[in-house]
Design a binder for this molecule. Sequence first.
Ligand code: C2E
Ligand code: MG
Ligand code: MG
Length: 424
Amino acid sequence: TLSPHHGSDAATLLRHADQAMYVAKQAGRNRHHLFDPEKDRRARRRREDITRIGQGLAAGEFVLHYQPKVDMRQGRVVGAEALIRWQHPQRGLLPPQEFLPAIEGSETAIELGNWVIATALEQLSSWAAAGIDLKLSINIAGEHLQHPGFAAELGRQLAAHPELDPSRLELEVLETAAIEDVGRVAQLFTKCRQLGVSFALDDFGTGYSSLTYFRRLPAEILKIDQSFVRDMLDDPEDLAIVEGVIGLTRAFHRQVIAEGVESIEHGLVLLLLGCDLAQGFGIARPMPAARLPQWMAEFRPDELWSSASAFTWAREDLPMLIAEVDHRRWMKQLEASLAAAPEDAPSVDLDHQACGFGRWYQGLGRKRYGGMPTFAAIDPIHQRLHAVARQMLDQHQAGSEESLADCWEMMHGASREMSELLQQ
Ligand code: C2E
Ligand code: MG
Ligand code: MG
């Protein structure tokens, strides 16, 4: 350690030198290591954060909010996910990413995790007593699950609630969490399942070895990560991933739920793809426990969903769904282009045979639906969309924006018309 840069009194220098020596020994000895003041500051911050969170836990500052999960096909609420929040006396209600990373790897993380289990069971119990029948999911950090004694602690907590059926509790495990030894974790799953609880793999699709986890961990349900779900209406590749994950769960006889369902349309597409369970802001945001019973009583599924459930959808029709998403993205690109200054406007594919939708129409679409009159009726509308788009971009280039509103009205009308024909 350097003096006076890193502190000038003897006690501080000795403490720093001791820390550096410790690092050198940890790194395998027979080497030197220079004390890093920045790292020291970070470590001190971390200790303070952990202490503060521990105090918050003791002071009852943490709460669980609950986000409903619904079966869109049957139109009913099937459960809720408990999500932790910190009701911080100065900073207000904090989401988990504001405090969970700070305690990663500490004993406090385990204590907080155990508090979540206890609180969720209390809540389930009081709901059950009030006649509210639902399944509750809690999030379990990988390090908590792998902590020695996890299953024993879970068993102890469940035993404290003999009135509850343990199958009401589901553990959502972040598959990206530090699961080093899949074999060991699979055993842990089995042990906990013997207690009656079930498992879900959270954020599926984002981990490095998703498929290994999927095959080797005995989890009943898989949660498609919200990043794919959220963007699937604008991004054909995300849509294909969502479809692939759903197909995978079907082949392996697992259940599947989508998170991040932000709109009714997201739900509709998921239903068409065969995923009935959903959770997301488009259905409900996480809410305090006291609000959930009323929300459940008032919940009505969207009419669009029941229309989607009314007919069966063949896998071969998926490219059409993707083509429609392509079309919607194209509309968004046009919008972005018209909003930007003419010189740096992003380009829009104006050739009606070269855009994503056009390629589907000329290719796979024609092959599968070419004989249908409704299919032929799509072409002139699609061409009109491109013609009007060209006109709009020309006007934008020329700096005249007057008739753009009329053009947009025409575009949206044509786009709707096209969607209706596609549905037919
Ligand atoms: P998660 O388990 O994947 O939970 C879903 C997150 O997505 C929640 O964020 C939820 O509020 C949010 N969400 C739900 N629907 C939508 C939607 O339609 N759009 C968008 N943009 N977001 C949506 P939250 O509550 O901030 O939690 C973030 C993460 O923190 C959770 O992700 C989970 O990994 C972790 N977490 C939450 N509570 C706990 C807990 O009690 N223990 C542990 N270990 N981790 C927790
Ligand atoms: Mg979760
Ligand atoms: Mg998730």
